[in-house]
Ligand binder design. Structure first.
Ligand code: PDD
Length: 289
């Protein structure tokens, strides 16, 4: 059985315990990362740790470890697992408090938890057939750039998709495309990749950055700008991206086929290109080149 890391110790998952007065438990007062690991090589670890530290700074919590220490913990967790492709989950909460009080205590002892689970990337059929999504008004708070553990709104929004037999919920706010309940969303129109601008309303996805880098490297035209809801609904292609799902084509949105003409409702040609670039890039990282 793979071990987990909790506050300086490695132990079996079943032995890991946190106090019920932990602010993460009572208030969802914490931040997290999900880091994909391919063949025991963490993918974009530095970027994930940088985002973790940005989330910590945003919630006014001192980083409990530096990059090298994080790296050593992740390395040990990854090495101990029985499986090679992993999804490392890393969480820092503000730790336990003596009495329940919303205000942040002056002195805190953060709770640091790291575990790993098998990474199950989407099967070929999902990629070949595409996924269906529903839409919803984004009713989350205005700091969605923080990767906070308080995910109630995201959980309810994702469950809306599941209720409709769909894989993701695409969020719109005030007439603009924002992101998915647990992913970033891209649109393609007339061969141009449209990406919502990173701001306080969306999570700055690590996969989002990889996709934009690959587009630039391969000469795919990109516009990073506000994307109107109407543009998303009338796009030729829609994609969702995340560390665990990589890049997936959305072929149905609210029972309407994505795209137009004979290929409507099917993954598009720009997706096929990006998927190939993404897999090649992953392979090159795994080979260490
Ligand atoms: N979620 N937006 C939201 C709201 C997310 O929860 C995620 C990822 C993303 C994509 O970010 P990245 O490419 O860095 O994974 C965007 C993770 C996978 C999760 O909560 O499990």
């Amino acid at each position: 059985m793979s071990s987990v890391y909790l506050n300086g110790e490695f132990m079996p998952l079943a032995e890991a315990r946190v106090p019920v007065m932990d602010r993460g438990f009572l208030f969802g007062d914490g931040v997290y990362e999900v880091i994909p690991v391919y063949s025991r090589r963490p993918f974009r670890l530095t970027e994930h740790l940088r985002r973790l530290h940005a989330s910590l700074a945003a919630i006014r919590l001192e980083p409990p470890h530096g990059e090298a220490e994080w790296g050593a913990i992740v390395e040990r967790i990854v090495a101990a697992a029985d499986f090679a492709d992993q999804s490392v989950y890393l969480q820092v909460t503000r730790g336990p408090m003596a009495v329940r009080n919303h205000a942040i205590p002056n002195v805190v002892t953060p709770t640091v938890f790291v575990m790993t689970e098998p990474l199950v990337t989407p099967p070929a059929e999902l990629r070949e057939q595409g996924i269906a999504a529903v839409s919803a008004a984004d009713n989350r708070w205005l700091r969605c750039d923080i990767k906070a553990t308080s995910l109630l709104a995201n959980c309810l929004l994702r469950s809306r998709a599941v209720d409709h037999g769909c894989a993701e919920t695409v969020l719109f706010r005030d007439g603009f495309l924002i992101e998915g309940a647990a992913s970033n969303i891209f649109a393609v129109k007339d061969g141009v990749l449209l990406a919502p601008i990173k701001n306080h309303l969306m999570l700055p996805g690590i996969t989002y950055d990889v996709v934009l880098e690959l587009a630039a490297r391969h000469g795919l035209p990109v516009q990073v700008r506000d994307v109107l809801e109407d543009e998303a609904r009338n796009a030729d292609e829609l994609w969702m991206t995340s560390s665990t799902k990589e890049v997936l084509p959305i072929v149905m949105l609210d029972d309407k086929k994505v795209g137009a003409g004979g290929t409507a409702g099917q993954p598009g040609p720009v997706f096929a290109q990006m998927y190939g670039w993404y897999q090649d890039f992953k392979q090159s990282v795994m080979r260490g080149s």
